[in-house]
Design a protein around this ligand. Sequence first.
Ligand code: DON
Length: 304
Amino acid sequence: MDYQKILENIAIETESLQEKGKVANYIPELSKINPNHFGISLRFLNGELFQVGDSNVKFSIQSIAKVFSLSMAIGLFGESIFQRVGVEPSGTAFNSLLQLDYEEGIPRNPFINAGALVIVDILLSELRHPKQELLEYIRKLTGNKYINFNDTVAVSEKSEGYHNAAMANLLKSHGNLHNDVEEVLDSYFHLCSIEMSCNELSKAFLVYANHGRLPKTNEQILTKSQAKRLNALMQTCGFYDESGEFSFTVGLPGKSGVGGGIVAVHPEKFSISVWSPALNKKGNSLRGMKALELFTTKSDLSVF
Ligand code: DON
């Protein structure tokens, strides 16, 4: 199969779509991003790499980073974390407050903002230098020590972060945040501000296509069972109230972010990442979703 040609055709076929979406503007710093960026990185477990467009340009990975924090928490504390956060799709927007209140402060899953705040809280309680250790974890997965937070983006999100602050306070009032609200929010905004390129993301996610084992060193980062759980959560909850749609059209476990990135994996085969900053109404990359749909259709490589 000529994967390079497939990616090049996808880039051409989806080009007009970026005009239909909107760059996230509720984080002031993200509203400045040029919506015309586009990149794809496809990396197989056998080491083959195919890429088009801006695949080496770093961007704000936002909620994609929730996969790394969850991965770290599952690896460190195992199943016990699911006493404080559920494993069901929410069917609501990523930042919904309503469900959280009537479900008494137990977020539906670790990928909606409320769930990610609880995971950050768990890491804060147990790690001595949580922000630094998170960065080191991602650097290890990527094999690249130049993965960093973007402080300007973190500060920018905080400056308008009233909704997430309300959510953190609601969690606290229900007894499901153990640390100081400001500290949790600061770590959460930094987590979301991490910058990576499509090529770095496809590299970091290869471990989830490899049953939790780092392809390069063979180190087991997650047990087979933990990697299964992580992929299952990406499949059912990775795109919030569009998780069904992503499963239906693309058919891979994956995760999106409001920076316009999407990463997906095919266990035992490959990881693929795409970046196009203009989003649809559910906060997922509009062109990115279509590009991945075309990829699994043309290559016949979905998990279903
Ligand atoms: O908390 C927020 O709203 C952002 N930092 C992350 C949201 C996000 O990426 C949703 N994904 N599509």
